[in-house]
Design a protein. Structure first.
Length: 344
């Protein structure tokens, strides 16, 4: 099982400037690269300081000179916000700039906050349908001279300019949860990214079962890879682990608030949650410690060995947690020094 880092610029309060956050983002990516992680993943979001990532291709191209070995992945671009010609060309250009290291993760998106602002009237169903039309079309554009007459996009004969360095193109990953998404990914020769979010290992098992069922449904298609994304913290002692669990609880309360899209947003920041708002039992500190991969190195190793035994090809260390850069850095360094060698 390979290990990767999933990271954004992330801001819950106005205390930090964007330039400082960017340098911290780059530093975490450098630590992951120097520590032997296989990939760095960053996503796409708009108008949200909670997850600052307006164009992952810019971020990955900028990382190419500072991250020397790790592959560089979009985790993920939001399919309905992209025209196929634009996505094919920008992904190909990024593949050239990064020396053939691009991994292209694609999702339908999840935040109604973004749908309302970037594509008013869009819902999750139609976003998913756009993703299903987008991916095969991007592949054909990389081949070249593709004319398209689809439900959402129509254009005369066109080719991706430039063409990607990797042939026939960068690996494509689909963010999947429901069985239909797994089946679409496998049928179209795409790898799969899954995350249980705040849920426990029973969801990790369910997601793998859906992937296995999809693979069984298309036996003629080579089995793709599957990556598990989880919030992770390797603590130095009990007090450190307790603090991390509280910080993850706060983070997920804000995550749910952004998802509900009911609170006031000003300058890209949400109005602060009250102590009462932070008492959601579904993401309490105790639940965060139990469900997410949080603990000392031995505890983390045991959890990851179980995921490896299930068949996961890659485990991505989701570092966005609302905690300070210093605490993220220390946890990541402990993961590299004390956890990864157990899987060498």
């Amino acid at each position: 099982m390979k290990f990767s880092l999933f990271v954004h610029m992330e801001r819950l309060t106005p205390d930090q400037g964007h330039a400082e956050l960017y340098e911290e983002f780059v530093r975490l990516a450098e630590i992951a690269d120097q520590g032997g992680m296989s990939s760095i993943w960053t996503g796409e979001h708009h108008g949200m300081d909670f997850t600052i990532a307006p164009n992952p291709f810019i971020s990955l191209a900028a990382l190419a000179d500072r991250v020397k070995t790790a592959r560089l992945g979009t985790g993920t671009v939001i399919a309905p916000f992209w025209h196929p010609i634009k996505l094919a060309g920008e992904a190909a250009m990024t593949d050239l700039v990064t020396g053939g290291r691009l991994e292209l993760g694609i999702a339908r998106g999840a935040y109604s906050f973004e749908y309302e602002r970037v594509m008013p009237g869009l819902d999750a169903w139609n976003a998913g349908q756009r993703m299903r039309e987008l991916i095969p079309t991007v592949k054909k554009l990389w081949e070249g001279d593709c004319a398209h007459e689809g439900e959402f996009w129509q254009f005369p004969k066109t080719t991706s300019a430039p063409k990607p360095l990797q042939q026939p193109g960068p690996p494509i990953w689909v963010a999947a949860r429901d069985p239909n998404s797994h089946e679409f990914a496998v049928a179209n020769g795409c790898n799969v990214q899954v995350t249980p979010l705040w849920q426990g290992d029973e969801e990790v098992t369910t997601l793998m079962a859906r992937f296995n069922d999809a693979c069984a449904k298309f036996p003629e298609t080579p089995r793709p890879k599957i990556m598990l994304l989880r919030h992770t913290y390797v603590g130095s002692d009990e007090a450190d682990i307790v603090q991390a669990s509280k910080e993850m609880s706060i983070y997920y309360n804000y995550f749910f608030a952004w998802f509900k899209n009911e609170r006031e947003i000003s300058q890209g920041l949400m109005s602060p949650l009250s102590e009462e708002d932070l008492k959601n039992p579904m993401v309490s500190p105790a639940v965060m410690r139990q469900n997410n991969v949080v603990g000392d190195a031995a505890t983390v190793i045991d959890r990851l060995r179980a995921y490896e035994a299930m068949g996961y090809d890659e485990y991505s260390f989701w570092i966005d947690t609302g905690m300070s850069f210093e605490r993220k850095k220390a946890s990541l360094e402990r993961f590299i020094a004390d956890v990864m060698p157990a899987f060498a």
